[in-house]
Design a protein around this ligand. Structure first.
Ligand code: GUN
Ligand code: FE
Length: 454
């Protein structure tokens, strides 16, 4: 007989396709020693009653209370960990000025490892408490502090994919905050990759090094090419910013006479394990290149409202076959919550579809077929994030990691407005997505381990 590490019993919400949520009502979930979901049994199955009877007195059996539900842990595809220290401030300038006025001076402080430790410890705990179980992080140019972030993820049980940021171009980056030179940038990146791969050997939930050119404007051609080579050599994930704002998009066209997507591809930086932030200005050729190379988009709707001068045409890109997930983009997005970004993704898409200028007629104002539902936003926050990273996460399904949030709709400090004991589960699901606060996130599990409770 197989010994399961845990057996859970309750109702789960999870998406296997973008349009609709699957409701696994009163199912049994068997979690094995690797933290994977080995078996899911529904009440319709023949052995359900006997399994329930056989296991319900086990020490490792866990029954959810009334009003509690399982959701997959969220995947955040874009976080600047050092920027947590300025989150909620510094939102008044356009991208280029914001970087040079606030962000580079702040990131430069992470040469100090004790400062880095205090911010990173707090950030990782905060993201877990918000239901985020996997994060794709930008750290800073500093190799040591970047490794420290990976170690903190490992210790706290979060699945962290961490990049030492490369910014080597002396024309574009200030003297006080850049790689010493191209050679050092590549050497530090290679050492960082090896150190994280070594660390990963003992980390159950996984920790991964990520090749991370900040964006084309901050890197020399030589560095970009060298980073593409390193990603191929070590088979790592890759992240950067791509065609984010009018300025960033135009800068690359002026320098390289092509769009970001084609430039990144020519440097060897697009592929199945690449995730590019924003991508608002991709044209149809760029988008087709993303689809054919398997490159994913991290959609950061709150950040885009401040810095991207535009709304991502998400439906159009999804229809072309591009994997898309959600990112907070801390601190350009001023919230640690993927719930907040899922809601904003819906709001932004509605404004894109309807348009905003009343100087135009209703027919001319918007972009038809742009809106997404909260169900589709939930897909992006979970399964879409998992697909973007090519990892078995983001779904409550067999052979996926047991990465879940246990939501308590009756938490005394944040009770959800559910007044009808017969309320449709789909309505409860929508209320959870729109109204949950950290107080409702009772427990968070990653790879079969409890990493947060309240
Ligand atoms: N482009 C280059 N760096 C950054 C950053 O830190 N945040 C955002 N939003 N865009 C960038
Ligand atoms: Fe960013």
């Amino acid at each position: 007989m197989i010994n399961y590490t845990y057996i859970f019993h309750g109702t789960a919400f999870t998406s296997y396709s973008p349009e609709k949520v699957n409701i696994l009502k009163n199912h049994l979930f068997f979690v094995n020693a690797e933290g994977l979901i080995e078996k899911i049994v529904s009440p319709e199955e023949e052995d359900y009653a006997s399994l329930l009877t056989a296991h319900k007195e086990d020490a490792n059996f866990r029954q959810l209370d009334e009003g509690q539900y399982f959701l997959p842990g969220f995947v955040d595809l874009h976080v600047h960990a050092p920027q947590w220290a300025q989150s909620g401030t510094a939102l008044d300038l356009p991208l280029y000025d914001w970087l040079h006025t606030y962000t580079f001076p702040l990131e430069a402080k992470y040469a100090d490892l004790s400062f880095a430790e205090s911010v990173y410890e707090d950030l990782v705990s905060t993201l877990l408490a918000n239901g985020t179980t996997t994060v794709l992080y930008f750290a800073t140019v500093h190799k040591e502090a970047s490794l420290l972030l990976a170690e903190i993820c490992a210790k706290k049980g979060q699945r962290g994919l961490v990049g030492k940021v490369v910014m080597d171009d002396p024309e574009q980056n200030p003297l006080y905050y850049r790689d010493a030179d191209t050679e050092t940038a590549l050497k530090d990146t290679e050492e960082f990759i090896l150190a994280v791969q070594e660390l990963a050997k003992d980390v159950k939930q996984g920790v991964y090094p990520v090749v991370t050119p900040r964006f084309i404007p901050s890197c020399s051609d030589e560095a970009l090419k060298g980073l593409g080579d390193l990603a191929a050599k070590y088979d790592t994930h890759i992240q950067s910013h791509c065609s984010e704002s009018d300025w960033a998009h135009q800068y690359v066209k002026d320098r390289l006479q092509k769009n970001d997507a084609f430039a990144l591809n020519d440097f060897g930086l697009l592929g199945e394990k690449s995730v590019m932030a924003h991508c608002n200005f991709l044209d149809d050729n760029d988008a087709a290149l993303f689809a054919s190379t398997g490159t994913a988009i991290s959609h950061c709707p709150l950040s885009n409202a401040y810095f991207a001068n535009s709304v991502l045409p998400l439906k159009r890109f999804q229809a072309m076959g591009i994997d898309i997930g959600l990112g907070t983009d801390i601190s350009a997005g001023a919230t640690p919550s993927i719930y907040d970004n899922a809601k904003q993704a819906v709001v932004s898409s509605r404004m894109l579809e309807d348009g905003v200028s009343t100087a135009l007629s209703a027919e001319e104002r918007g972009v038809p077929d742009s809106r997404i539902s909260i169900h589709e936003a939930f897909y992006l926050a979970t399964a879409g994030g998992g697909e973007s990273l090519s990892l078995p996460i983001g779904k409550i399904a067999e052979n996926y990691s047991w990465d879940v949030q246990i939501i308590d709709t009756k938490a005394p400090a944040a009770k959800l407005p559910i007044f009808n004991s017969e309320e449709e589960l789909d309505d409860i699901f929508q209320k959870i997505l729109y109204l949950v606060r950290p107080e409702n996130i009772k427990e968070v599990w990653v790879q079969g381990e409890k990493v947060h409770s309240r």
